[in-house]
Design a protein around this ligand. Sequence first.
Ligand code: GDP
Ligand code: MG
Length: 170
Amino acid sequence: RSGFVGIVGRPNVGKSTLMGAIIGEKISIISDKPQTTRNRIMGVWHGDDFQVVFLDTPGVHKGKYGINDFMLNTAFSVLSEVDILLLVVEYWETGGQEFNLLLGELRSRHRELPPVFLVVNKIDLAEDKHEILESIARQKDLFDFAGIIPVSALNGENLDRLKALIVEQM
Ligand code: GDP
Ligand code: MG
């Protein structure tokens, strides 16, 4: 089995870290600065009986001069090429301009989209589980997500579940 996974989300939510954690090596540039990943960088996850190719995308970015259309188009050109899409957010996400832009794009393209999973990242920073449950409750009706998976890309929490879901979709 083999397939493609697209990762989208605002800058700095942990897309590169997540892909690196799943693949098991650092294949993308990870930095505290937003916009580090300017180009799509592919990583390949080899399993015993499967191969998964990850397409990391630039974040959607609203700069001084308004939405950066080039980056938006690059980010969304990936959607038609993948078998599964991971929308990565931080667990404290409450919906800002950039997030709403992403959601708007997903909604307007929902017919051409593969299953979209919401990955709620950075749960290692949550003080208790209620914060994470509240985050899920806030976000579950925003889009017809195929699933919502809270994870920590940094410490690996719940990544096994995400990996199993990805392999199921291949
Ligand atoms: P990207 O711009 O979406 O690709 O985000 P990066 O993967 O470059 O991560 C941005 C910052 O968030 C880096 O400092 C990462 O170490 C940090 N980060 C990523 N995932 C996690 C996580 O699960 N927990 C915490 N605490 N930090 C994270
Ligand atoms: Mg990145």
